[in-house]
Design a protein around this ligand. Structure first.
Ligand code: DX5
Ligand code: ZN
Length: 214
């Protein structure tokens, strides 16, 4: 299993030691949640913070934009050195065009679905993306309980990917711990995002290792 710790749950007063912990852990990515207070009812951090994080983080950056008009920010996300740019299908009017522009900028494109958005909405775009990020909570806050219907969505998405010959990875975000992580692994997930389960732990590296072993 690949693991993408979500910086949202980190101690912002000690950002550099938190990122040091990630750099020296077995994590595969660092997940960065950008919120605008419009698409989601919360505001997190913006590009000045992301730029600094990009400079000191040695893991590939997995950027999750919970903002309206994500298209406007493609070059900013590229400039922080992101490997993956995730946009919500609910926030994007011309999804195909957005995906092409993310690729033209040299990044991998991820499409993200809210809990109530069906997997079938990806039928006509699945062949063009490197990753699908399924929200297993309503986006905006860390520490929420896992929505169990996500397990069905992972199985549906795995079928869609196989049917279409796409190479997209399946990433899950929200309420992930070793118990829900094991169920997600069995359902067919490739990458687990975890915030509070990692940064809220006494031994964060051990919890990263635990998720990796699933
Ligand atoms: C929520 C964010 C998540 C969040 C997950 O909107 O997209 O990445 O940090 O937090 P946990 O793992 O605590 O549910
Ligand atoms: Zn996220």
């Amino acid at each position: 299993m690949k693991v993408s710790p979500s910086l949202l749950a980190a101690d912002f007063a000690h950002l550099s030691s938190e990122i040091d912990m990630i750099n020296t852990s077995s994590a595969d990515y660092l997940h960065l949640d950008v919120m605008d207070g419009v698409f989601v009812p919360n505001i997190s951090f913006g590009f000045p913070v992301l730029k600094t994080v990009g400079k000191i983080c040695s893991k590939p950056l997995d950027v999750h934009l919970m903002i309206v008009n994500p298209d406007r920010w493609i070059s900013h996300v590229r400039d922080i050195g992101a490997e993956i740019m995730n946009v919500h299908v609910e926030a994007t009017t011309h999804l195909h065009s957005t995906i092409m522009r993310i690729h033209d900028s040299g990044m991998k494109a991820g499409v993200t679905l809210n809990p109530a958005t069906p997997v079938s909405s990806l039928e006509d775009i699945i062949a063009d993306v490197e990753l699908v990020l399924l929200m297993s909570v309503n986006p905006g806050f860390g520490g929420q309980p896992f929505i169990r219907h996500t397990l069905d969505k992972v199985r549906q998405l795995r079928n869609l990917i196989e049917k279409s010959g796409s190479n997209a990875l399946i990433e899950i975000d929200g309420g992930v711990n070793e118990r829900t992580g094991a169920e997600l692994s069995e359902a067919g997930a490739d990458i687990l995002v975890a915030g509070s389960y990692i940064f809220g732990a006494e031994d964060p590296k051990r919890n990263i290792d635990l998720l990796k072993s699933l």
